[in-house]
Design a protein. Structure first.
Length: 352
C-alpha cells in the first residue's frame, strides 16, 4: 500500500513541481491570460509533458486530477466552471453534449489534427469531431501471477466464488454492464426490461464476492497483494506492474472493449485559446509518443508511432495485433433512455 501511495504522490508532485508554484499562484491571483486549467484522470500524463508545454509556450498549467469519470461529469454538470480542458471517455461525450457542457473544438483550429490515425477520425461517439482523441486502451483482467494458481481466461473468473473478497471491479457503469451483457449474450442495443432484469441480477450475484468497486485506488490494493483479480484498464495495470512485477493483464476469451479518452473544451472556458494550444501540443508526434509511453496506454496518433518505445509498440497487450484489434468492440452509443436505465441498474447494484 505504502509503495503505491508514495508512487502516486510522487507522480503528482513530479508533474506539478516544475510548474513553478510561485509563478502559478501569481498567475491565478492576477487571472493571467497565460494559463490554462486542465482536469484529467490521475496517472494519465507523461512526467514532463506539462512542464515542457509551459517551457515551450509560457502558458502555466493548473492541473487538477480526478479518480472517477462519473464524478468528474457530476462536478462539471453541477456547474464547476473553473476548468478549460477536460479528458472525457468516449461513452460520456454524448451526455456532455446533450447537456451543452462542452464547446466543440472548431474545425481547422488544430495544426496537428491530421496526425491522428484514420480509425480515430469521425468516430461514432463524436462524428463531428467536437473533441480530440487523447489516448486509448482496453478493458481486461488484472491478476497476480503468484497468488492465483490459474491464469484467468474469462470474465466468468470475476464471478468465481473461490476468489471471494479478492476481486475488484471498475466503478464504471459502461464496463460493468457491458461485461454482464456480454456474458448473458444480450446486445448493448437492448431496450427490453427482461434483459435489464437479468443484467441487474448477474451483477448482484457477483456483489458478495467483490471487495471493492474502484477505478483508481484498487491499483494500490493489487500492488499490495490485498486483491488478486481485477477488472482493469490496460495502461493502469502496466503502471501498477512497475511496482509489483507479479501483476499481469489478460484480454478475456469472450472478447473485450477498446475505448478512447478525448480532450474536450469546457463550455465557457476562460482560456480557450490556451486550451487549444495545449491540445495541439499534445498532438505533436514526439509529445504524444512520450506521453503514451509513460502512462502505458496506446496513442491514437499515427505520426507518433515511430517515436514510441519499440518494446511497448510490440507488446500485444498495449497495441493489440490487427486481428485482435479488429475483434475489439467499441461501446455502443446509448440513447438517453438506455443511459438512464443503465445508470439506474448501476446505482441499484452499488447501494444494495
Ligand atoms: C487513468 C485511467 C484512464 C482510463 N488512470 C479510463 N478510460
Amino acid at each position: 500500500m505504502a509503495t503505491r501511495v508514495t508512487r502516486r504522490d510522487f507522480l503528482k508532485a513530479a508533474v506539478l513541481a516544475p510548474l513553478a508554484p510561485a509563478l502559478l499562484s501569481a498567475c491565478r491571483r492576477a487571472g493571467s491570460a497565460d494559463e490554462v486549467n486542465f482536469y484529467n484522470w490521475s496517472d494519465y500524463i507523461g512526467k514532463s509533458t506539462l512542464p515542457d508545454f509551459t517551457k515551450a509556450t509560457g502558458i502555466a498549467v493548473n492541473y487538477d486530477l480526478f479518480a472517477d469519470e462519473e464524478e468528474m461529469f457530476a462536478k462539471i454538470r453541477a456547474g464547476a466552471r473553473g476548468y478549460d480542458l477536460i479528458v472525457v471517455g468516449d461513452y460520456l461525450i454524448p451526455r456532455f453534449q446533450i447537456l451543452n457542457l462542452i464547446e466543440p473544438v472548431p474545425p481547422g483550429a488544430l495544426r496537428n489534427m491530421g496526425n491522428l490515425a484514420a480509425r480515430f477520425r469521425h468516430p461514432a461517439y463524436d462524428p463531428d469531431e467536437t473533441t480530440v482523441p487523447y489516448l486509448w486502451g482496453t478493458t481486461g483482467i488484472a491478476y497476480n501471477r503468484k497468488t492465483l494458481k490459474r491464469k484467468p481466461t474469462s470474465w466468468r473468473d470475476l464471478w468465481d466464488p473461490r476468489y471471494k473478497n479478492r476481486i475488484s471491479m471498475l466503478d464504471n457503469v459502461r464496463d460493468c454492464l457491458s461485461v454482464a451483457m456480454q456474458l448473458l449474450g444480450i446486445p448493448e442495443t437492448t431496450h427490453a426490461p427482461a434483459d435489464f432484469a437479468k443484467v441487474r441480477a448477474l451483477l448482484l450475484q457477483q456483489k458478495p464476492l467483490v471487495k471493492m468497486y474502484s477505478s483508481s485506488s484498487y491499483l494500490n490494493s493489487l500492488v499490495a497483494g490485498e486483491i488478486d483479480l481485477a477488472m482493469t484498464w490496460s495502461g493502469d495495470l502496466f503502471q501498477a506492474a512497475r511496482d509489483n512485477p507479479d501483476l499481469d493483464y489478460v484480454l478475456p476469451k469472450e472478447g473485450t472493449y477498446m475505448w478512447v479518452d478525448c480532450l474536450a473544451l469546457v463550455r465557457g472556458a476562460r482560456h480557450r485559446a490556451n486550451a487549444l494550444r495545449l491540445i495541439d501540443y499534445l498532438l505533436e508526434p514526439k509529445v504524444a509518443a512520450q506521453n503514451a509511453d509513460f502512462v502505458r496506454y496506446a496513442t491514437p496518433n499515427a505520426a507518433a508511432a515511430p517515436f514510441t518505445d519499440p518494446v511497448l509498440r510490440r507488446d500485444p497487450r498495449v497495441y493489440p495485433p490487427p486481428r485482435q484489434m479488429d475483434a475489439l468492440m467499441m461501446h455502443h452509443v446509448l440513447d438517453p433512455e438506455q443511459t438512464e436505465t443503465w445508470n439506474q441498474i448501476w446505482a441499484d447494484v452499488k447501494v444494495s
